[in-house]
Design a protein. Structure first.
Length: 529
């Protein structure tokens, strides 16, 4: 009669044992899960912080490099004496650039030759800056600009390209660490939910604790991933430079937001003064650039391009035009691939464009007269010949040499001779049309391109005007200087279709003019002789 009680006790003990086993397993599982999730949280935070450090190093390296470039451009354009503080600032920027490059170098996983190339370019760029600073310090601004033209621009662009490769590789390596942490997080989370399914009824309390812990980790993971995405976006979108503003375009609503830094670049201080949509922004862009910029933006919105990146002119609050570099990338797209949101930055590159223009002018113009030099003359001649051929037009080449110019140098000195050449250039500019070209190609030689010349007589009439203008006496620093000019003329395509041959023929005609007594013009064309 005690059997049922004994059986009941055994059942109770069995139930208790099972419950204890379930409870023990649940506690053990919970402990393992909490331990793994805690370790995962620590690893994920470490990967995120590491990625942010690499991102920051990349941005700082680009910024330091741009500031160095910008300050050097300011010194080149001003050609003033260098203050001690400016020298110290450049040295500090160089040290800062090398410090952040060391951080990126430790994370670089690409071709080791790239690191060696960047180090070589850093040393070469530093050496060139030292040479440029030395020339500016001693008032040799023209030499500094020519040195920048011949080597500085090339070295900077190579350095910027190689450094971008290092930054991209370092960021990619840091991103891989974050992705690995995300993958482990996903595997553990899946495991947690699968295992909880078997224990949910018998371990509701401990299971709830685990669920709360999982929820907390998931929320932390979501917030961390969001911050990391924002950091990655800024790293990908960052353009080298200190003066840059950010913008955010919401495609569905059409709202375009600019920050105060963007407003400061262009003088739009208040939010209400800044553009609020694409139409208002486009209205500020220079008419010659607007179509190109809007097409680039449209291509990126429609997924035809990987990113939006353009340089263009935009009107500031004062009405003045500024050159800016715009760079943006879609951070979200719909199922069809169309962009829903684009974020980006805008950087002021006005100083850079001005420096490039001045360097270009130095490379393509005569240093004494400001006229196009030989290289620029041949470039324009090629364009004019292509245009004339396409529209079945004729053009004339004038080769002019000054008569008795050597006597001016001998009698009054080379300084007076240089001023005389400048005065001749002024007179020639007044005679030719805006669509024509006059260039000084060396010594006292000048070359002309005359477009759309229908008759030989028209070219002869202009040649007479040139000869008469040059023949009028010059009064230079109290000295009366009188010279003449001999002009040779060849025609495209009548005389030749080859560029060099046309110039040679005009040269031969000019010597024929000198043989016939100087101060006259001659045609190369046989039928006109």
């Amino acid at each position: 009669m005690f059997r049922p009680i004994e059986d009941q006790e055994k059942v109770s003990l069995l139930i208790a044992a099972v419950l204890l086993m379930i409870l023990g397993s649940t506690i053990g599982f919970g402990g393992v899960v909490i331990s793994k999730m805690t370790r995962l949280e620590s690893n994920f935070q470490e990967a995120y912080v590491h990625s942010l450090a690499v991102t920051s190093a990349g941005l700082e390296a680009h910024t330091a490099m741009s500031k160095l470039h910008t300050q050097m451009l300011v010194l080149l354009l001003s050609s003033h004496q260098i203050a001690e503080q400016q020298d110290k600032n450049l040295l500090a920027l160089d040290k800062n650039l090398r410090k952040h490059f060391s951080i990126l170098q430790s994370e670089y996983q690409g071709n080791p030759a790239t690191i060696v190339e960047v180090e070589r370019l850093l040393d070469e760029w530093q050496s060139m800056r030292v040479q440029l600073l030395g020339q500016i310090r001693y008032g040799q601004g023209d030499k500094a600009l020519k040195l920048a033209t011949s080597g500085g621009v090339s070295v900077y662009r190579q350095l910027e390209s190689s450094l971008s490769e290092v930054v991209g590789s370092a960021q990619h390596h840091a991103d891989d660490l974050v992705k690995e942490a995300k993958l482990k997080s996903t595997e553990i989370i899946h495991f947690v939910w699968w295992f909880l399914g078997g224990f949910i009824l018998s371990s509701i309390v401990l299971g709830w604790v685990v669920i709360l812990k999982v929820g907390k980790i998931l929320e932390l993971s979501r917030q961390t991933a969001k911050k990391l995405l924002e950091s990655e976006e800024r790293m990908q979108l960052a353009l080298s430079g200190a003066d840059e503003g950010t913008w955010d375009l919401d495609i569905p609503t059409g709202k375009l937001s600019f920050d105060s830094k963007w407003g400061g670049i262009l003088g739009y201080a208040s939010d209400s003064a800044r553009p609020g949509n694409l139409e208002e922004w486009a209205a500020l862009i220079h008419g010659e650039d607007r179509e190109r910029v809007l097409k680039a933006m449209g291509d990126h919105i429609g997924c035809s391009s990987f990113e939006y990146k353009e340089e263009y002119r935009i009107r500031s609050k004062s009405g003045a035009l500024k050159w800016v570099a715009g760079h943006g990338r879609a951070v979200s797209r719909d199922s069809a691939g169309k962009a829903l949101r684009i974020v980006g930055v805008t950087r002021d590159i006005t100083l850079k464009k001005q420096a490039e223009e001045k360097i270009w002018q130095l490379a393509h113009s005569d240093y004494l007269t400001g006229l196009p030099n030989r290289a620029m003359f041949y470039d324009r001649l090629q364009q004019c010949m292509s245009h004339a051929k396409r529209h079945q037009k004729k053009l004339a080449i004038f080769f002019m040499d000054l008569d008795d110019f050597k006597q001016v140098n001998d009698n009054f000195g080379h300084d007076i001779g240089d001023i005389l050449l400048q005065e001749v250039a002024v007179r020639l500019r007044k005679i030719i049309r805006a669509e024509d070209t006059v260039a000084r190609t060396g010594g006292d030689e000048f070359l002309f391109i005359l477009n759309d010349v229908a008759r030989l007589e028209d070219a002869g009439t202009l040649a007479e005007k040139i000869i008469q203008s040059v023949a009028e006496p010059f009064l230079i620093q109290g000295n009366h200087c009188t010279i003449g000019s001999s002009v040779g003329i060849s025609f495209f395509p009548d005389d030749n279709a080859d560029m060099d041959a046309l110039v040679t023929q005009a040269d031969e005609a000019m010597y024929k003019a000198k043989e016939r007594g100087k101060n006259n013009y001659q045609f190369f064309s046989a039928k006109s002789r």
